[in-house]
Design a protein around this ligand. Structure first.
Ligand SMILES: [Zn+2]
Length: 164
């Protein structure tokens, strides 16, 4: 008689944490900060708690499907995904690792909102050359989450992940 070892929550978390965001495929849902919690009960049921990003991003269905698939790959087939809308996600939840990945990917990371008003338009630096001499071309870039910018120094266009 063989016994299947029960899955460990840490291993399940790792499986789910590697799911990529469909809108920004360089970031995992853990990098984005939208993966909030994971519960495993005695019956083997796994509940994953996710706070969606922008309401305009039609990515949640894809993320839910990917989470279910990632858990199935490690042997968990009894999975539910719960969406928690409050507190609302902000770009401040993006991890430092996530911000570095965005920069490497050529997307200007969102500025920290902090406490006071942030002069967002002045704080967007070109991810290619680092110049602050940039201007917004369009409020919407390749997705609703991003705006399209242009750099006056290296003349390259780039996406800026909007701060929320
Ligand atoms: Zn530049």
């Amino acid at each position: 008689m063989s016994q299947i070892a029960p899955p460990r929550p840490a291993a399940l978390w790792q499986a789910v944490a590697s799911v990529l965001d469909p809108e920004v495929p360089v970031l995992t849902i853990e990098d984005l900060g939208i993966l909030r919690d994971l519960h495993l009960d005695e019956s083997g049921h796994v509940e994953v708690v996710i706070t969606p990003t922008y309401s305009g991003c039609p990515a949640m269905d894809a993320i839910t499907a990917d989470v279910v698939e990632a858990l199935a790959a490690v042997g968990c087939h009894d999975v539910s995904v719960r969406l928690v809308l409050a507190p609302a996600w902000t770009t401040d939840w993006i991890s430092e690792v996530g911000r570095r990945k965005l920069q490497t990917y050529g997307i200007a990371p969102p500025s920290h909102r902090g406490d006071g008003p942030v002069p967002v338009a002045l704080s967007v630096r070109c991810p290619q050359c680092g110049s602050a001499d940039t201007r917004e071309l369009s409020r919407f870039g390749s997705t609703a989450c991003k705006s399209l910018w242009s750099c006056r120094s290296c003349l390259e266009p780039f996406d800026h992940f909007k701060a929320l």
